[in-house]
Write a protein that binds this ligand. Structure first.
Ligand code: IMP
Ligand code: MG
Length: 182
């Protein structure tokens, strides 16, 4: 018996990029006349962050942080660990945390509390995808790309066991038993 992974398109590339442009315009308007630091949460947010940053018409700085809450599983472990911290201070700065997806919200609850203790001027949260029905922790999302149902998705940065990040669209992953294999 073999497990077969298959992917069907949920959000095509054109819709993703059109929505990213709208989000960038909103962010540009909200921070007009100010500087903004984008914090890309590795690795899932890399694709979203670069597309978003290119479309925000403000002086932008970028920094990167890596936290782990998922292993190679599709369920949250509930544990969050900093794997790579920011390179620079965020004190007194306008900070926008850029996430790929908010699921239980546990990762962000931990992260936002930690970043807030570093005394940024403003701390806002932007996510490409949100699964609101999965929420456990109470996190306020300022900018949401798409609300999606409780299905496991990959692509545009999101992975399953580190695979599929480079797909240009968001796809549903389904894993089925394949008995046809010899
Ligand atoms: P949370 O702490 O449960 O909100 O988990 C957030 C993190 O879990 C995201 O940054 C992703 O890395 C991962 N994650 C949650 N749902 C999915 C999914 O459908 N596909 C891929 N990764 C996911
Ligand atoms: Mg992940």
């Amino acid at each position: 018996m073999v497990l077969r992974e298959s992917i069907s398109v949920m959000i095509p590339e054109e819709r993703l990029l059109a929505r990213v442009r709208e989000m960038a315009e909103q962010i540009t308007a909200d921070f007009a006349g100010e500087e903004l630091k984008l914090i890309c949460i590795l690795k899932g947010s890399v694709f979203f962050t670069t597309e978003l940053a290119k479309r925000i018409d403000l002086p932008i700085k970028l920094d990167f942080m890596s936290v782990s809450s998922y292993g190679d599983e599709t369920e949250s472990s509930g544990r969050v660990r900093i794997v790579k911290d920011l390179d620079e201070s965020i004190r007194g700065q306008n900070v926008l945390v850029v996430e790929d997806i908010v699921d239980s919200g546990r990762t962000l609850e931990f992260l936002l509390e930690m970043l807030n203790s570093r005394q940024p001027e403003k701390l806002r949260l932007c996510t490409l995808l949100d699964k609101p029905t999965r929420r456990v922790a109470d996190v306020k999302v300022d900018y949401t790309g798409f609300e999606i149902p409780d299905e496991f998705v990959v692509g545009f940065g999101l992975d399953y066991a580190q695979k599929y990040r480079a797909l240009p669209y968001i796809g549903r992953l389904s894993i089925t038993k394949d008995d046809t294999e010899a």
